[in-house]
Ligand binder design. Structure first.
Ligand SMILES: [Zn+2]
Length: 693
């Protein structure tokens, strides 16, 4: 369950599936995907005032006529991009599976893995048997130390852990990797689900779910055990930091030796844990939520061993459920997809197979990332067929223009001192922009995949994934690395001072080689700008040009920045996606700053791209209008109410309508472009608008 720290543009939604109608964007066609110049005017709602709700103005007719499919928690143009990729991956996997032979190369491995997932009869026949080794180990672990040891297998098998661990660069020594430890142990998406009355219903369903899974694996006294498991997790939730607290890179950087860690959490068997994680040689680690650690260890020490065993057994079944028989997958769907995301129908099997094999955006559930998949290998096969070289060149040119626009903005900032500006520009120059797919493919040649052992395939792929990270732990940092698969419909700004745009996000409406440039500037330009400004947001600004966690801002610059950020946060905290449900301005701070910066830079870069000539008017719309519409169309979509409730507590991105409305109202050029007047709902007086970049 490895997951790298990163700041991204926001996945379309992590559990998605195909709508056959959008299968068809053909490669090499010369017509844009939407409308005649890249924007679908028919999707606008002209009866909505632009100054009241710009998101709805740009997208309302489409929103009204588009239903959320029952097998998804939402619908959007971004999701349709994922659908397109999914259909292509499906073709690739079907073709690979049809070539009957033992897997001797990457394509063969992909085909065998897919076939193993599709072999429903065998999966059905096996029931819970494939996870017997993990469950037997839990039954045999009769001490807390033995159970702590099993947790060390969290990144290489299905076991849960009270403390999550992963490997990323050491932020105060960015030429080296470090083992990072953070709070874990919860099965629901956030501590709020255990502690806030709004989530009482979901928590109740979770308890039933724990009981059902325990029953399916033949655990004694499943309902009483479930009650104790959820009570244990509730104690963990109370001791856990909030998601907003976890965003502070200084507070979460606490280097510690193994001996110090043992002292901080005396009742926890770290040596057994580290040995099973293949980290015995590690002497120094970095702890994130340091003050929570002794509390978590104390809760662990006082919890009866049978409860801890039931907890471990439940999580093993939960993590493995997508690969087990129908009884498991149905129960899993009811909890994770229906209750927590509002998705009404389970996806058909081939779609789940594509996710299981493909990883990343195509991982089963959002806890998986590339764990237990062939994610990067599938990406290699995908981009070879579906990512044209000219798209890469066009994006690289856009990136260069955005970078130049940012440089100019920083040079002109009235609130930043020359010393800080110098460092900021230095940092901007060191950014490594990665487009499409990694230069160096991941090697899967030693991985054993067979077409008759699905759980074994996942287990071995998970172990191979973790071995990849532990294998380089003591070596030099690889700046060419990617932590998102090429087929992923997302982008990120990573700890390697890199900005990464996988092939999966470089599709219409985010990027359309045949669209009017203003639309592309508004959409992909806004996304590129978004990722660039992450390097300078409330988190990123604490990292210097060498990738080191260091305060390089003068005190007054930092105060100016924080004051502006706080004003933006206050605006967002006012937004209510549902009556009484507020956006968390602190949790979403970094993403909101990035959205505002991103569209600001995109507009500048578009102006610069005109080389002094006036922008063409198309269908009566000016260049600036089309840039704003391009951004608004990129976020066209809607999700279920349950998904919104989950999003506001667990996702650092604001709900989509505010990613449009919250941004445009702070950009001066939007007002004359759409004749927005005082009194309209989004109107902000000029001196109240927040300008950061
Ligand atoms: Zn972001």
């Amino acid at each position: 369950m490895f997951s790298a720290a990163r700041f991204c543009v926001g996945a379309a939604l992590l559990t998605v599936a195909v709508a056959p109608a959008v299968h068809a964007q053909s490669i090499g066609s010369s017509k844009p995907q939407y409308g005649t110049w890249g924007f679908d005017i028919a999707g606008e709602d002209k009866s909505t005032k632009r100054g009241d709700d710009f998101f709805r103005f740009a997208n309302g007719a489409w929103l009204d006529r588009t239903q959320i499919p029952p097998d998804k928690p939402g619908v959007s143009l971004r999701l349709q991009m994922t659908d397109r990729t999914e259909a292509r991956l499906h073709d690739l996997m079907e073709q690979a599976a049809a070539k009957a032979s033992l897997p001797s190369n990457l394509e063969g491995e992909m085909g065998a893995f897919y076939k193993a997932f599709m072999d429903e009869d065998r999966v059905e026949q096996l029931g819970a048997k494939p996870i017997a080794p993990e469950l037997d180990a839990v039954r045999a672990a009769k001490t807390r130390d033995a159970l702590a040891g099993l947790m060390g297998r969290n990144n290489s098998d299905f076991e849960p852990a009270l403390f999550n661990f992963y490997i990323d660069i050491d932020l105060k020594n960015p030429k080296q990797y470090a083992v990072l430890l953070s709070q874990g142990g919860l099965g629901l998406p956030d501590r709020d689900y255990y502690l806030k009355p709004d989530f009482a219903a979901a928590k109740g369903k979770y308890e039933s779910y724990v009981g059902e899974l325990l029953k399916l694996i033949g655990w004694p006294d499943p309902n009483a055990s479930a009650r104790r498991v959820v009570a244990f997790e509730t104690e963990i939730a109370k001791a856990s930091w909030t998601k907003a607290q976890q965003r502070d890179p200084v507070a979460t950087y606490n280097p510690i030796t193994v001996a110090q860690l043992e002292k901080l959490t005396p009742s926890f068997a770290w040596k057994a844990f580290l040995a099973n994680a293949d980290l015995s040689k590690v002497r120094r680690m970095i702890v994130a939520e340091k003050s929570a650690f002794p509390k978590l260890a104390a809760i662990y020490a006082k919890t009866p061993i049978p409860t801890l065993q039931a907890w471990a057994a439940f999580h093993i079944a939960d993590n493995a459920a997508p690969y087990l028989s129908k009884a498991f997958t149905d129960t899993y769907f009811e909890m994770h997809d229906k209750t927590l995301s509002g998705q009404q129908q389970q996806k058909v099997r081939w779609k789940r197979a594509v996710y299981a094999v493909g990883g990343g955006d195509f991982g089963v559930g959002d806890r998986f990332g590339t764990f237990g998949t062939l994610g990067f290998g599938v990406g290699q096969l995908y981009t070879a067929k579906y990512f044209p070289a000219e798209a890469k060149a066009k994006i690289e040119a856009l990136v260069a223009n955005l970078k130049a626009a940012y440089r100019k903005r920083i040079e002109k900032l009235d609130w930043m001192s020359p010393a800080t500006k110098k460092e900021a520009l230095k940092k901007l120059d060191t950014y490594n922009i990665k487009v499409g797919y990694p230069d160096r493919p991941r090697d899967y040649s030693k991985l054993v995949i067979t077409d008759d052992d699905l759980v074994g395939d996942v287990r071995r792929a998970g172990a191979a994934d973790w071995a990849f990270y532990t294998g380089r732990l003591f070596g030099p940092v690889d700046r060419s690395d990617w932590s998102m698969t090429p087929q992923t419909n997302d982008a990120y700004n990573g700890s390697l001072r890199d900005i990464v745009f996988p092939a999966g996000i470089l599709q219409a409406p985010i990027f359309d080689a045949n669209a009017d440039p203003a639309i592309n500037y508004g959409a992909v330009g806004g996304v590129i700008g978004h990722e660039m400004t992450h390097g300078f947001d409330d988190q990123g600004r604490q990292i210097d040009a060498d990738g080191r966690l260091r305060d390089w801002w003068t005190k007054s610059d930092a105060e100016q920045f924080k004051a502006r950020a706080a004003r933006l946060g206050a605006q967002y905290s006012q937004f209510q996606p549902l009556p009484g449900v507020h956006v968390n301005g602190d949790l979403t701070m970094g993403e909101n700053i990035a959205d505002l910066g991103g569209l600001t830079l995109a507009l500048d870069a578009y102006h610069a791209s005109l080389n002094g000539k006036p922008a063409p008017v198309i269908d009566g719309l000016t260049g600036d209008q089309r840039v704003f519409l391009g951004w608004a169309q990129a976020w066209r979509g809607k999700v279920t109410d349950d998904y919104v409730k989950k999003q506001v507590v667990s996702d650092p991105h604001s709900p989509r309508q505010f990613r449009v409305n919250g941004v445009v109202r702070n950009i001066d050029a939007w007002y004359p472009s759409f004749d927005v007047k005082p009194g309209e709902k989004l109107y902000v007086a000029p001196d109240q608008r927040v300008h950061i970049w």
